[in-house]
Each structure stands twice: as structure tokens, then as C-alpha cells.
Design a protein around this ligand. Structure first.
Ligand SMILES: Cc1cc2nc3c(=O)[nH]c(=O)nc-3n(C[C@H](O)[C@H](O)[C@H](O)COP(=O)(O)OP(=O)(O)OC[C@H]3O[C@@H](n4cnc5c(N)ncnc54)[C@H](O)[C@@H]3O)c2cc1C
Length: 529
């Protein structure tokens, strides 16, 4: 019996799933996910990613079983697995989503393409985000994004499933698993104690609680790490693993905005800000899609050599251990280790501290952070790492001062005290620069600076000033100025950022809503961090 092979990757849902619905129109489908040892041994892989994916695979398998089928999990490198399946029973076509992944998946997809060509098998890939493969000109990107988001959701109609013939499906028998039984790839260990759980149902519950309640506090609450866990959508891992489709999310948000009463202007402004982030999601992934080299190389090559040769391993180690001595930074590292999530501003602050006062190149910092973020998405991640490190050549240099961030976003030390228990009894006046605390105050607070908390390795003001001078000197050089335009052509946003209600030309502006008053307490989603 001829059949269509549907290869699930980071699109672990059946809903609005182009590969599944199109394959189903052609014949019986066979659904597979492949655990590739080579991919899981990359430096950006982590146990939390694997376990989140496993939970999402279980949910997908259960959904397919309700429809009379199932999901096979194979272990092996892609072309070996395809060979094994093919030798048992050839398939008519291969279907998957277009993946903008890391260097490993890029090379693997080339091998898969060659494998398909050699056997005359058509491989259909379908976009799952507003990312355009083979984009010639950034000027056309926004239109393509809007067109993708406006399309009706893919309806997976009646599914007919492939059935194993007399030869069975296992060849060799131990290479096919159910999601629960597939072993953890070698080398992955330790995951956050309180990370979000995978699966479409969890994603939908998170979406509902956000759209119908928590989003009210989004704009006012997204910056402080105290309010952000509830105020932000927390949808990032569900997008990264495709449990929810970007199109269904954009459409649901637009519908919710349209349903809000006229006077709900604050809620509408928050949802509008959220929609902008969804746009950024695809805008950033497009950068890696258009130039996969930015996973390793500076987006603007004029910045090559800026930090590479001065790497100080002790600085990276201090950051990873939460021992920089700046309480806000160290508390963020601990929260991240415990939960797998941080809000945007605190991620940007961590990278800024790494890039400026600690003068660390973005690549090793990014490798470590990729394993810490449950929502690791290569396109957003590497573009953001470079942007916050000042190597894109097209973005304003943003340097976050960790002391000021603490004063602005955690003035009473609730966040720092929560994640750095040693700081619990430190008096408010020493919260921001505890290394200056006199010994008798340290004794009364029950901690020893240099032991229970670290002393900063560099003087923050001096090291930051020096770093900025070096970056700005390079920025003014003829070589860097000359290279800027090509980066703009390839990567810069052409979007005329609009508030909800503005016309396309941006002329009819809606009045900005006053967001300074305290938002009401958001509906709790059970994020206890
Ligand atoms: C150094 C650095 C690395 C990052 N790495 C990742 C990553 O690997 N994966 C990831 O999903 N996000 C990454 N981000 C972006 C952002 O911090 C997270 O998307 C966000 O914190 C996730 O929480 P949320 O879903 O509650 O976000 P919300 O604020 O609710 O946003 C909704 C969605 O919009 C997208 N989004 C939000 N902010 C951005 C942004 N600045 N750029 C691009 N897309 C955005 C995400 O898909 C997010 O899930 C990174 C940011 C920085 C500064």
C-alpha cells in the first residue's frame, strides 16, 4: 500500500498542520518523529528541550490515536532512518514543515534533499511561520508575513493511516519507540525543577488564560521580573515546539481584540503590543533563514576580532554560576536555572552584562543560554544575542546597567531575595551594591561577601565605559560604516510600527493609552515564579 510519510519536527500538533492535511489529501499517512543523536549532542541541546518535546509528542500521539492512527518515534540519523523505512516499504512522498534551525539541521536537511532526489521521492515543505524561504528582498517581507497570517487555518480532514504490512515496522526492532519509551539521548542531564510542561493542551490553556485575563497586565508588567511571569504570555516554548501554530495565535489575538468593548483601550493596547512581538518572532527568525552563518559569525563582519581574542573564561564561569556579584544578574541566573524562563528585559540585561562589562563574545554565552531557555529558538536567539552584544551594526547600542535595572524593577528586593536566599536579611540600603556593605552589617545580615555572595570581578562603571568606547570607535571606522548598508538591505525591518487603529500609512494615529496606573491583579495561571 503506497503512503505519504509525514515527518514531524518542531511542529508537534495536528491542528493547522499543513504537512499533515496536504499529505492526507494524497493518501494514507504515516507519522514519524526522529530522535537524532547528532542533533541532541550539539552544544545548544538540553534535557529540558527533550522532555518538553517528549510531552508534546505524547499529546500528539494521543490525538492521532483518537483518529485511528499513531506516532512512531525512530532513533537514528535522518537518512539512515529514511533508508530503514524505505527498505521495508517505500513511500510516495515526504512532507514536513520548513525548519529554520541550527547548523546541524541545515546540513541534515541538505542530506535529506539529496536522499529524496536520489530516490525520486518528492519532499514537500510547508512554512509554519511568517518566514520566507529564498527571500530575495526584505521590502516584500511584511506583505508575505501578513498574507501568511491571513490564510485560513489548515483543516486536517478525515485521516486514513498507513498500516504495517507483513514485514512489520521495526527494523531493527529497537529503533522504533512510542514517545514515552524513547530513551533520553546520551549526554543530556539536569533540567529546571519548575519548567513549563509540553503538549498542545497545556499550550491552549496558557493561551486562554493570557488572552482572556493575564494580557490585561501585559504592557505594564512585562519588564519587571516580578510581574512578568504572569503578565507575559508564556507561550514561547509552545511556539518553539509548534504545539500551537503562529497563525492560529495571531488570528485568535486579533479576534479577541475585535471582541473587546470600546472602552477596553488598555487591554487593546496590551494585545497590540503582544501582536508586535509575534511579528518580531518571525522577523528575527527570517534573519537566520536568510543568513544561516549568523549562528557563528558577526552579522556585520566589520566587528570580527572585537572580542574574540580577549575571552576571559573566569568571567563566563562567574555568570553561569550566578556569581557575578551584581544581585539582579545572579538572581536572574538562578531563576533561569530553576524555571527555564526569563522575561525579555532580563535576558537582554544578562547578555548586555556579558558583552560589555564582562567583555565576553556572544557565541559561548549564547550556547550556555540556549541550554537554559526552554523556548530556545535559534533564529530569535542568535539574532538577539548579536543585537544585545552590538555586533549587528544596525541597531542602537543598548547597555543595561544591572544596578539601575534592580532599582527600577525590583526596588524593594523581593525578586533578589527570592532567588538569592543569602540576601534575605540584607538591609534595603545595601541591596544594590552589597559588596560595599561594612563587615558589621554583613555579620548582622548573616552573610559574608566573597563567600555567600560574590564580589564583582570588574568595576561596573569603568568596565562599561571602556567597552562602549571600544565599540563606538569601531562603529565610527570607515570599514564598519561601509558594511552597514548591506546588513540593512538583508536584515533590517521595513515595518512602519503601528499602534492598533493606525492606517497603513501611519497618518491616523490613535491616542496612546495611559498605562501608568497599576494594572489589576492578573488571573493566576499557576506560574509560581
Ligand atoms: C538574548 C535573548 C535571547 C532570546 N532567545 C529567545 C529564544 O531562544 N526563543 C524565544 O522564543 N525568544 C527568545 N528571546 C525573546 C524573548 O525574550 C522571549 O520570546 C520571551 O521572553 C518569551 O516569553 P513569552 O512567550 O511570555 O513572551 P511574550 O512577551 O508573551 O511574547 C510572545 C511571543 O512573541 C515572541 N517574542 C517576544 N519577544 C520577542 C523578541 N524580542 N524577539 C523575537 N520574538 C519575540 C516570542 O515568540 C514570544 O513567545 C530572546 C531574547 C533575548 C534578549
Amino acid at each position: 500500500m503506497s503512503y505519504e510519510l509525514v515527518w514531524f519536527k518542531r511542529d508537534l500538533r495536528w491542528h493547522d498542520h499543513a504537512a499533515l492535511s496536504r499529505a492526507a489529501r494524497l493518501g494514507p499517512v504515516r507519522c514519524v518523529f526522529v530522535v537524532e543523536p547528532g542533533l541532541w549532542s550539539q552544544p545548544d541541546a538540553a534535557l529540558q528541550h527533550f522532555e518538553f518535546a517528549r510531552e508534546s509528542l505524547q499529546a500528539l500521539d494521543a490525538e492521532l490515536r483518537r483518529r485511528g492512527g499513531w506516532l512512531e518515534v525512530h532513533v537514528g540519523e535522518l537518512t539512515e532512518v529514511l533508508d530503514r523505512i524505505w527498505l521495508r516499504e517505500p513511500f510516495a512522498g515526504l512532507h514536513s514543515h520548513e525548519e529554520t534551525g541550527n547548523g546541524y539541521t541545515f546540513e541534515r536537511d541538505r542530506k535529506v534533499l539529496a536522499w529524496c532526489r536520489n530516490r525520486g521521492v518528492p519532499w514537500q515543505e510547508y512554512p509554519q511561520f511568517g518566514v520566507v524561504r529564498g527571500l530575495k528582498n526584505r521590502n516584500q517581507w511584511q506583505g508575505a508575513y501578513e498574507a501568511h497570517m491571513a490564510l485560513p487555518l489548515e483543516v486536517v480532514g478525515k485521516l486514513s493511516f498507513w498500516r504495517p504490512g507483513s514485514k512489520g515496522i521495526s527494523n531493527p526492532p529497537d529503533s522504533v519507540f512510542s514517545p514515552e519509551s524513547v530513551p533520553v539521548p546520551a549526554g543530556l542531564s539536569q533540567q529546571p525543577r519548575a519548567r513549563q510542561k509540553g503538549g498542545r493542551a497545556m499550550g491552549l490553556a496558557t493561551l486562554r488564560s493570557f488572552l482572556h485575563g493575564r494580557s490585561l497586565g501585559y504592557r505594564g508588567g512585562m519588564s519587571s521580573p516580578l510581574t512578568a511571569p504572569d503578565a507575559c504570555s508564556r507561550l514561547s516554548p509552545y511556539l518553539a515546539w509548534g504545539c500551537i501554530s503562529m497563525r492560529e495565535l495571531v488570528q485568535a489575538t486579533r479576534e479577541q481584540m475585535a471582541a473587546l468593548p470600546e472602552q477596553a483601550s488598555r487591554h487593546r493596547a496590551s494585545l497590540s503590543a503582544f501582536l508586535s512581538r509575534l511579528y518580531w518572532h518571525c522577523h528575527f527568525i527570517q534573519k537566520l533563514e536568510s543568513e544561516p552563518e549568523i549562528e557563528w559569525h558577526n552579522m556585520h563582519r566589520g566587528y570580527d576580532g572585537l572580542r574574540e581574542n580577549e575571552f576571559e573564561p573566569a568571567h563566563l564561569e562567574a555568570l553561569k554560576q550566578g556569581r557575578t556579584g551584581w544581585p539582579m544578574v545572579d538572581a536572574c541566573v538562578v531563576m533561569l536555572r530553576e524555571t527555564g524562563w526569563l522575561n525579555f528585559r532580563m535576558r537582554a540585561m544578562l547578555v548586555s552584562v556579558a558583552a560589555y562589562p564582562l567583555w565576553l563574545h556572544w557565541r559561548p554565552v549564547g550556547e550556555w543560554l540556549a541550554t537554559q531557555f526552554l523556548d530556545y529558538e535559534p533564529g530569535i536567539h542568535w539574532s538577539q544575542l548579536q543585537m544585545q552584544s552590538g555586533t549587528t551594526g544596525i541597531n542602537t547600542t543598548r547597555v543595561y546597567n544591572p544596578i539601575k535595572q534592580a532599582q527600577d524593577h525590583d526596588p524593594h528586593g523581593r525578586f533578589v531575595r527570592r532567588w538569592l536566599p543569602a540576601m534575605r536579611r540584607v538591609p534595603d540600603e545595601w541591596l544594590f551594591e552589597p559588596w560595599r556593605m561594612p563587615p558589621d552589617v554583613q555579620a548582622r545580615a548573616g552573610l559574608k561577601v566573597g563567600v555567600d555572595i560574590a564580589v564583582p570581578k570588574v568595576d561596573l562603571a569603568e568596565a562599561t565605559r571602556h567597552a562602549k568606547q571600544r565599540l563606538h570607535a569601531l562603529r565610527r571606522s570607515d570599514e564598519v560604516k561601509a558594511g552597514k548598508q548591506s546588513v540593512i538591505d538583508k536584515h533590517a525591518s521595513r515595518k512602519n510600527w503601528r499602534m492598533e487603529g493606525e492606517s497603513r500609512s501611519g497618518r491616523r494615529r490613535v491616542r496612546r493609552v495611559d498605562l501608568t496606573s497599576t494594572p489589576p491583579a492578573p488571573a493566576q495561571m499557576g506560574f509560581d515564579f
